[in-house]
Design a protein. Structure first.
Length: 245
């Protein structure tokens, strides 16, 4: 019993540190956030912090892993809904993930800037492995249901779940991240990204053996909203003189 209580206390304290870190990433940004900020917010010692995390990077990895667990929990409700046919379930899966990310847009944009920094390639790979481990099996369940219903024709539903995630990652690496991380984007940039989304959507439908036009990876207008939010957050704050002008 005492051991169980100790484990619960450990988990609670660890989550308290992650909660504060997440708030600081929102408000200050990951690069500007320091371990000292966390210590002051929680009134704990440096030794207490290092009891849970051995570095700032370990904290970031734990934060992203917790986010993976959160989104997997949300998506699990979609996967287990017995009233939904497979194609509806697959589309709702995409929509639910998109809404979850949109509700955390500042955090997701900040993490994107971290992940795509050359110095953090290892962190990004760890995040991707965590995504495959937690999320691909959920996609596999939907794909197997689709095969049973005769609306999907892939012979490898489990592997197809991993391929779907890899396709999303490729789309993000090649088109979405460059669009969101640049200082500004014009109409041509958005058009190229939208065409890429259409091409990747068609490719996924063929991989899964889904009817043409049955899937929609990103809602119309959503890409523009993300780009606007990202580019606004990239702008340096105005000086006091310029605000008064």
């Amino acid at each position: 019993m005492a051991r169980l209580i100790k484990q619960q206390e450990h988990a609670e304290r660890r989550n308290e540190i992650l909660d504060v870190a997440q708030k600081l990433v929102y408000t200050k940004g990951y690069e500007q956030m320091s371990i000292q900020d966390i210590l002051e917010a929680l009134h704990i010692s440096k030794g207490a912090f290092y009891h849970y995390f051995d570095s700032k990077q370990a904290l970031l990895e734990a934060l992203t892993e917790r986010m993976m667990d959160e989104i997997a929990s949300v998506l699990d409700h979609v996967v287990r809904d017995p009233t939904l046919p497979a194609l509806t379930k697959l589309q709702r899966y995409f929509d639910t993930a998109a809404r979850w990310k949109s509700a955390r847009k500042p955090m997701m944009l900040e993490l994107m800037r971290i992940w795509y920094d050359d110095h953090n390639a290892l962190v990004r790979q760890k995040v991707l492995r965590a995504a495959v481990k937690r999320v691909a099996p959920l996609l596999g369940q939907i794909i197997r249901q689709g095969v049973q219903e005769g609306v999907l024709t892939t012979r490898y539903p489990d592997e197809a779940g991993e391929i779907v995630l890899a396709t999303f990652q490729s789309l993000g690496d090649a088109f979405i991240a460059p669009l969101l991380l640049q200082d500004s984007a014009g109409a041509d940039d958005l058009k190229r990204a939208e065409q890429a989304i259409a091409a990747y959507t068609e490719a996924l439908e063929r991989i899964l053996g889904a009817p043409a036009g049955s899937l929609k990876l990103i809602e119309p207008g959503a890409l523009n909203e993300w780009a606007s939010a990202s580019h606004a957050s990239n702008k340096p704050p105005k000086s006091k003189r310029s605000r008064q002008a």
